[in-house]
Write a protein that binds this ligand. Structure first.
Ligand SMILES: Cc1cc2nc3c(=O)[nH]c(=O)nc-3n(C[C@H](O)[C@H](O)[C@H](O)COP(=O)(O)OP(=O)(O)OC[C@H]3O[C@@H](n4cnc5c(N)ncnc54)[C@H](O)[C@@H]3O)c2cc1C
Length: 413
């Protein structure tokens, strides 16, 4: 396993760094470091302009094949791009669902027509996406979905409800898992639809979160339509596509995530230093543990990325590890703020009164009354839930990684 970067890679790093520095020191300085955990409602218009700026300069879909409009970068160079993006404190991406999940899925499972139809809008940052998987009775047990799509002429009509749909209030498209054969066993008879959000029969209701803002929503389908051209992977073949999409969540971008975590840890340590709490041996121990955790994540991700196996065992710990690490960081951040950590900082509340909160859809001023530490603390509680909860991750590690006996399933006899 060679973990070194070549001279070409280092030249690419210099190019990426120079481009990011110029953009984020200049025209896009306002979005630098914004839109992260707990701040995802902020500066929508400015971050959308950033998304389109990235697209115009070929920085969206850097790992996609050139034939699909990507840069066809090697894995090493993708890692470098995401590292430099985090190092430059690039803003939280509005297009990450399109770029990271939809793009690779369409490239892998889509037809030529579907690639031509869906990829350009993602690349250009003009079409945002959301993920219509979870329902009130289907989260960890995703195959329990009851949203249905019924044949109607040469198209499909959707009825049902999705929940926790991040960014639905801004997205032009949603990929939706819907049942197309209600007689089939649970994991079969599901299809994967690309559904335009701007049409009759779709209602979006923001869900106010503990941070006071509304990053996710309930989405109701009551007669919304999709065409055959919007169906990825064929009728009743959606489960395989849905699982394929989830596998794309583990990619080169996870290395960039660790540098973003490093920035957050540095900010927390800075807070501890200025409050004098860094001298406390217990606090120091927590900082060192977090530092070591980051190093472990980095090496494990490199190990995963450098193996040729489709689903290396080492990848199974990734989600459990980073989610638990991030939650521990949120806890330290609040502790680092001392007494204000719990009750809030009056100076921050005053600032919130003076500053607009950015895009208004679904946002609440309450989000701006929180300190950065509180926002991080509250948002990181959700890390151990979405994308597969910690309990589910442990089951996956036990069954697939360690070969332990399979957990009984509802559908088992
Ligand atoms: C911030 C955030 C953003 C999200 N964004 C999206 C999105 O954009 N699109 C989308 O489709 N979904 C989204 N989700 C939903 C997310 O995928 C679900 O919350 C997650 O899959 C868990 O499902 P659930 O909430 O229904 O909890 P449940 O599945 O009901 O689980 C409840 C509790 O029971 C435990 N549990 C469940 N089954 C088992 C088991 N077999 N063994 C042991 N313990 C178990 C779980 O770990 C959990 O603690 C988001 C969630 C969050 C928090």
């Amino acid at each position: 396993m060679d973990l070194h970067f070549s001279a070409d890679d280092e030249a690419f790093r210099a190019e990426a760094r120079a481009w990011l520095t110029e953009a984020l020191d200049g025209e896009f300085a306002v979005v630098r470091g914004r839109g992260g955990p707990g701040d995802e409602h902020s500066l929508f218009d400015e971050r959308l302009a950033w998304e389109q700026h990235l697209g115009a300069h070929g920085w969206v879909g850097v790992g996609w094949p050139a034939a699909d409009g990507g840069r066809d970068l090697s894995l090493h160079q993708q890692v470098i791009w995401y590292e430099e993006y985090a190092r430059a404190q690039g803003p939280g991406r509005l297009g990450h669902i399109g770029e990271g999940l939809v793009g690779p899925t369409v490239i892998h499972f889509g037809t030529d027509e579907q690639r031509a139809r869906f990829l350009p809008g993602i690349r250009a940052g003009t079409e945002l996406w959301c993920q219509g998987y979870s329902e009130p009775d289907a989260g960890s047990d995703l195959a329990n979905i009851s949203t249905r799509a019924e044949r109607d002429g040469d198209g499909w009509v959707l009825h049902g409800q999705k929940v926790w749909t991040s960014l639905a209030q801004w997205a032009q498209w949603c990929f939706v898992l819907a049942r197309t054969d209600r007689q089939a066993p649970k994991h079969r008879g599901i299809s994967f639809f690309m559904v335009p959000m701007d049409q009759p029969g779709i209602e979006i209701r923001p869900i106010r979160q503990v941070t006071g803002t509304a990053e996710f929503n309930e989405v109701f389908f009551d007669g919304a339509r999709a065409t055959d051209a919007d169906l990825i992977g064929g009728v009743d073949q959606g489960w395989g596509v849905a699982m394929g999409l989830l596998a794309f969540e583990r990619g080169a971008s996870t290395l960039g995530q660790q540098l973003a975590f490093r920035n957050e840890l540095d900010a927390v340590v800075q807070g501890l230093r200025s409050s004098g709490r860094l001298d406390d041996p217990v606090v120091r121990q927590r900082v060192v543990r977090l530092h070591a955790g980051l190093e472990i994540m980095r090496w494990n991700t490199l190990r995963v990325l450098s193996t040729s196996a489709d689903t290396p065992r080492e990848a199974l710990i990734t989600k459990l590890y980073w989610a638990s690490w991030h939650r521990a960081l949120g806890e330290l951040a609040v502790d680092a703020a001392g007494a204000w950590g719990l009750v809030g900082d009056p100076a921050a509340a005053e600032r919130a009164g003076a500053e607009p909160s950015g895009h208004s859809a679904g946002a609440s001023p309450a989000g701006d009354e929180l300190t950065d530490a509180q926002r991080l603390f509250l948002f990181t509680r959700s890390d151990t839930i979405y994308g597969g909860s910690n309990q589910i991750q442990r089951t996956i590690i036990g069954e697939r990684g360690l070969g332990l006996p399979r957990e009984p399933r509802q559908e088992d006899p």
